[in-house]
Design a protein around this ligand. Sequence first.
Ligand code: TXA
Ligand code: MG
Length: 322
Amino acid sequence: MKKYSELVITDLKAAAKTLSNDDLVAIPTETVYGLAANAFSENAIDKIYQTKNRPQTNPLIVHLHNFEQLPKVAKTIPKEVELLAAHFWPGPLTVVLEKSDAISTKVTAGKNTVAVRVPNHELTLALLRSLAFPLVAPSANKSNHISPTCPQHVFNSLKEDSPLILDGGICSKGIESTIIGFENHKPTIYRLGSISKEAIEAVLGTSVQLANHEVSSIAPGMQKKHYAPRTPFISCTNLQEELKKYPNKKIGVLFFTENPLAKQMLHYRILSSSGCVEEAMANLYKMMHELDELELDVILSELAPEKGVGASINDRLTRASS
Ligand code: TXA
Ligand code: MG
């Protein structure tokens, strides 16, 4: 097994060469680290599914370096997408569009739609510009683990299957991109993420609905339990009451903000001392990873205020809750 220090690189040329040889490279983005492969190579795409133990039914996001490349991978581009791209790209918004013939159904898990975004990270944008192909990149963790927000998280999750990791530091946003689609011309959010529903509505000048994943199979990755730490995890509205249920247990608490209860706790993290939802979002996975490593009996978490990206934080906390 290769050591962490042997896998972490900063050399873009080495990353580009590896990708051109159909091998994988973990790449930094502003949201989470991605496990990247040549989007035009079925052989390379197979390696993503193997490395992550990802079900073949869960499609991948294509990463481009600018909006002008979009017609290479998508057939028709609605006006709303032009608007959203002008506003949010490069950035954490993924759009779902009808796929072009260049995109294999291996990318889309058999669907005729493709998910696409332009990530906002200088290193990865430079890498994408140097390549003759776009990159597909799911989060660089084993399926059902918490997404990685730094190179060490990638290594800790993928272990002996870890590819080269391009070190771009800590992800500034800290949770995945928001995914939006336009089925029947109705803008629909398939996954809440780093961009809030309110911010998208402000740009489109219309209300946007949230997909109901219990009945919808549009974003297959969203139905199953996701983003779970190994430690039993419970998100709750009344922390004080919930704490009483675990006498003599090794408890960890993830507080949204400063809380007098923290004084009683041995193991805890505070997502944002000032109660800022953006800061809380950036810290979320890092602190979930940290608490998960403490070998606790249970982790309890408070919910964030359900406003802006607070709703995205709550989506992840609820999904992680067992
Ligand atoms: O921020 C992100 O989006 C990160 C970074 C690396 O870019 N990527 C990421 O990928 O979160 P992943 O594979 O962990 O999540 C991709 C999600 C899945 O829930 C999948 O179902 C959905 O995107 N998806 C992909 N293609 C789709 C499609 N054609 N229609 C609907 N949902 C799609
Ligand atoms: Mg993922």
